[in-house]
Design a protein around this ligand. Structure first.
Ligand code: HEM
Length: 419
């Protein structure tokens, strides 16, 4: 049951801001709206999506640290309605999408998380740096002479996906298919979109599941030193079945690239729109580490995900009941002036590390954070080093992705000087 309060003393419809992150105005700049929500209605009930949007830093921290009251069931689903029979029929040729890391609770989540922590080690991440550098160089070399490119298509998409393929042991020629499959996996998982398209997305998801299952079962395809091979060995020793391992691999592929893609795009625009901060970075006055943290704070790639209330509780003056859905809004929490000084100023100064929460918090906090940080430290400065006079293209060559849960660019044209 979901509580929709008609006589709501907090949410006066004449003064309460609306939550509409895919509207033109909020796509352009959602932050004034979030500031209003934090001030007037920090836990706001959105009628259309039927969920409570939690915008204050303090409340977001409370939710993500109380996994018992706020379950991660359906954590990525914007809409939770039943699937059509056509989608169900296609999915019957594969396996259920859940429980996976992001959408599991308690012991089930711990089992999966421990498995990944055992094989996805800091050493494995550190060893990837030369590959990240050479791949970034190679991608830049493909467009450097042109003086202009859509940096999302030519760089921000392929780089993190090639890195995930490398770490998992997926052949480079399969990367384009991986992109299509995982993009459709995300679209199917969020639960929205026209039914006929959902059937197509489901087909791709099932194909991807079979592909990953084949990798896990056919050792010839999985290179011995790869993460997939290590996971396979761990699974045999600790009784994780192949379907559970397949869900882990799918989770890593999707969580591990679209997020970094968005961070690269958002970061480039933030830097190019703040030339003083870019100059501080280029002169060494601001550190690359501070750049990464500020990019993630200022325009958080994952703006928010969902939790389901399991027992009656109070949050931000609201009474929530079991079954209510809550959106934890990291993007807004990262702009909360109660915790962050000058939250709407993009400044590459060092801010105390624990304030920034673009990687989430609590038991579901991002397990790829160190890999994401490493990629951003390499990928963004390298573009400025290799492309002299790098600047934004015309405003109409910049298109935002239209998503409730994430913030990034679909297209982002950059220009630079060529000899
Ligand atoms: C800038 C890039 C990234 C951002 C902003 C980001 C953000 C997040 C956030 C906010 C969560 C928490 C979800 C929740 O609480 O429900 C999360 C979880 C997760 N992330 Fe990331 N992430 C990034 C990169 C990566 C990378 C590179 C990987 C893979 C190597 C990865 C793998 C995961 C996984 C598997 C989870 C689920 C963890 C769990 O539920 O226990 N992420 N990420």
């Amino acid at each position: 049951m979901t509580a929709t309060q008609t006589t709501d003393p907090i949410a006066d419809p004449t003064t309460t801001p609306t939550f509409d992150p895919t509207s033109e105005s909020q796509l352009a700049d959602p932050y004034p709206g979030y500031a209003q929500m934090r001030a007037k209605c920090p836990v706001l009930h959105d009628q259309d999506l039927d969920l409570w949007v939690v915008t204050r830093h303090e409340d977001v921290v409370r939710v993500v640290h109380d996994a018992r009251t706020f379950s991660s069931e359906n954590a990525v689903r914007v809409a939770t309605g039943p699937e059509s029979d056509d989608v169900k029929q296609v999915m019957a040729e594969g396996w259920s999408l859940t429980p996976n890391l992001t959408e599991s609770d308690g012991e089930e989540h711990t089992r999966l998380r421990v498995a990944v922590n055992k094989v996805f080690t800091p050493r494995r991440v550190a060893e990837l740096e030369p590959f990240i550098r050479s791949t970034a160089e190679e991608l830049i070399a493909r467009f450097a002479a042109a003086g202009s490119t859509d940096v999302i298509e030519g760089y921000a998409w392929p780089l993190p996906l090639m890195v995930m393929a490398q770490i998992l042991g997926i052949p480079a020629e399969d990367v384009p298919r991986l992109r299509q499959w995982s993009s459709n996996w995300l679209k199917l998982s969020v639960g929205t979109g026209p039914q006929d398209e959902r059937v197509e997305w489901a087909r791709d998801v099932v194909t991807m599941q079979h592909y990953v299952m084949a990798m896990l079962t056919n050792t010839k395809r999985a290179d011995e030193g790869s993460l997939v091979a290590s996971l396979g060995r761990y699974g045999e020793e600790h009784r994780l079945d192949t379907v559970e391992l397949m869900r882990i691999v799918m989770n890593l592929i999707i969580a591990g690239h679209v997020t970094v893609t968005r961070a690269i795009g958002n970061g480039l625009v933030s830097l190019l729109e703040h030339p003083d901060q870019l100059a501080a970075l280029r002169s060494g006055e601001a550190s690359v580490e501070a750049m990464v943290e500020e990019i993630l704070r200022f325009e958080s790639p994952v703006q928010g995900l969902f939790r389901t209330v399991t027992e009656e509780t109070e949050l931000g003056g609201r009474q929530l009941v079991p079954g209510d859905r809550v959106m934890v809004h990291w993007g807004s929490a990262n702009r909360d002036g109660c915790v962050i000084e000058d939250p709407d100023v993009f400044a590459l100064r060092s801010r105390p590390g624990r304030q920034q929460m673009a990687f989430g918090r609590g038991i579901h906090a991002c397990l790829g954070a160190s890999l994401a940080r490493l990629q951003l430290r390499v990928a963004i400065p390298m573009l400025f080093d290799r492309l002299p006079g790098l600047r934004l293209g015309p405003a109409d060559s910049r298109t935002r992705e239209r998503l409730v849960i994430a913030r990034g660019f679909e297209e982002l044209r950059l220009l630079w000087d060529t000899p």
